[in-house]
Design a protein around this ligand. Sequence first.
Ligand code: ADP
Length: 432
Amino acid sequence: MGVALIAVPAWFFGGPVGALSVAALALFAHAVVLLWRIHRLNQWLSAPQLKLDPPWQGLWLEMASRIQRLLRLQEKQAAMHEQRLKDFLLAIQASPNGVVLLDEDSRIEWCNDTAASHLGLDVQKDHMQHIVHLVRDPVFARYFAQDDHSSEVIIDGRSISVVNARKLSAQLHAYGEGRLLLLTRDITALAQADAMRRDFVANVSHEIRTPLTVLSGFVETLQSIPLDISETQQYLQLMSVQSERMQSLVADLLTLSQLEGSHPPGLQEKVSLPPLMAHIHADALALTELLASKSEGPMHEICMDAVPEFALLGARSEMVSAVSNLVNNAIRYTPLGGKIHLQWSLTPDGAVFAVKDSGPGIAAEHLPRLSERFYRVDRSRSRETGGTGLGLAITKHVMQRHGGELRIESVLGQGSTFKLCFPLSRVSSTLD
Ligand code: ADP
């Protein structure tokens, strides 16, 4: 329309040629203006921050505003997606399990810190490295090569320390287009618990099998060989020793399982120490008398310091068991005629019961393991004196349940001191 308005007067003054020239000139000028505006629009839109007021009027303003709205929406959506991705990665980062994202060529695209620690990966350096080149366990390489990944595989992880080998459960899951997700789970504790359970069952079976074999041997003898009364009595006596052994083993096993399966004792029960120790002292004298009469040797010299007038808060039966385990051990492992000293004392941290003996002492390498179930330094001495190998395990458990601890000090050839340390929270200065 604009071109026609200029072309008509030009026709009038310059004829058709003049009109065409003016029209062409006008079209050219219009195109230049158009290009300049598009260029400015492009510049305006490409600014790092969208400017609020487009510098145009009319149709251009409308167009610029629409594009601006669309761009704002897009920017908002992109920011939202980015935030979601960040949250998602943070959630995977917080997972207690290891997560590795692999691309179509099984190269590491991303992994969380847990996976890095499980597999010994370096998040930055190992980016886009092939997973099999980094996880060197041959079991994993075989698992990776097979087509079926429907079950997990147990592999060796990056060790936590020289002593503690780490066991991992790893499984690959396909996702997206040809991508793989590798999940890892630390099962070291589970594997250890499983090994402990197997050891425990094997130990218990072994402990029960020995007296059972002896018992069944005697039964067979009694059935097949005619014996006189005194021989029969002798056999029956030996059989009774074996069955007592099994009874104490079962009793100790039950005590352990009760300790493990119940809540720690509260502070309601008050156990007055003087009467408790009077009992323990009497039992100790009876035990040494029995051993002395059996071996026709001198009794132990058992000396007990005056018991301070105070009470402990906790389970009486458990305390009796912990204290008498230590006293009985001192008597059983100290040769007849040896000295045993029992002492209770109050300290700023709580109350301590100490049993000191003049027995054979224990070599340093055994000390940390003494409270493990069935751990014995002197197996035959333990058996001879009716030990189950569970006494110190029970004692340690009792002390843990009371917030205290069992301490052992010993030097080979110089006797031992076993201590029960109760915290201040378990000590009461009143007796009832
Ligand atoms: P056990 O029933 O064999 O005595 P415990 O758990 O009570 O089992 O003790 C574990 C081991 O600790 C014993 O087998 C023994 O070798 C050692 N032991 C415990 N007390 C003493 C002690 N007073 N002197 C020397 N060795 C001891």
